[in-house]
Write a protein that binds this ligand. Structure first.
Ligand code: ADP
Ligand code: MG
Ligand code: MG
Length: 202
């Protein structure tokens, strides 16, 4: 993956987030405060604008800018979590003009560690971690996995959050009533990963 692929990823992710903005907010209305689509759409539109107009020395520097933009623009619980994720990934890819899929999977594993450290969520607690952790593990275990297989697996992980009871974030206040809805952050994470795997497919 080179700088252009990385840009393509984030621009595609933004397009999908804009398309799914109302859906993300609708999910968050069911088990949270209804702003996840608005938060993500605001943050990723700004990311897309910055990537279209700025030059970067390397992919680490690009991801650092993405992190800062998300921290500044998304807000809520998800802004600092996605911001931390991109900051950790940027550190892992610092100074690199391009990277292999293995480098990227490792960087995303650092990102996942950042999300878990900051949000203290573990697998099964109905958060974005329920997409991040299994997807990153699967990719690390098998860096040669096909992109279509990874896209399908990512979707399955997102779907599994429906049956979970939220233990972290606003949805946790609902207890058992949080069961029966996809987690909004798991859905936005699916959009991010499926955009990435789509771009890597070429
Ligand atoms: P807020 O809940 O502050 O309005 P958002 O609606 O933007 O923030 O984001 C909600 C999403 O953030 C949830 O669906 C969940 O995936 C994720 N989330 C919330 N708290 C945590 C946490 N502690 N760890 C991981 N993810 C979390
Ligand atoms: Mg919300
Ligand atoms: Mg909110």
């Amino acid at each position: 993956m080179n700088q252009q692929n990385m840009k393509d990823w984030l621009i595609l992710a933004n397009e999908r987030i804009q398309e799914q903005k109302d859906y993300l907010s609708e999910l968050d209305r069911a088990i949270g405060d209804g702003d996840h689509g608005v938060n993500m759409a605001r943050g990723f539109q700004e990311v897309s604008n910055k990537l279209a107009t700025q030059e970067f020395t390397d992919i680490g520097a690009m991801l650092q800018q993405v992190a800062m933009t998300l921290i500044g623009k998304v807000g809520g619980a998800s802004g600092p979590l996605y911001g931390t994720a991109f900051l950790k990934a940027s550190t892992a890819l610092k100074g690199k003009g391009e990277c292999t899929n293995i480098d990227l999977a490792n960087a995303l594993n650092e990102a996942l560690k950042g999300i878990k450290l900051r949000g203290k969520a573990e697998i099964g607690e109905k958060t974005m971690v329920d997409v991040w952790e299994p997807v990153v593990s699967k990719w690390l275990d098998n860096p040669e996995a096909g992109m279509d297989e990874l896209i399908e697996f990512t979707h399955e992980c997102m779907v599994e959050t429906k049956a979970m009871e939220a233990k972290k974030g606003r949805a946790a206040y609902l207890g058992k009533r949080s069961i029966g809805t996809f987690d909004p952050g798991a859905v936005s994470s699916e959009l991010l990963f499926s955009s990435l795997f789509t771009v890597l497919k070429g």
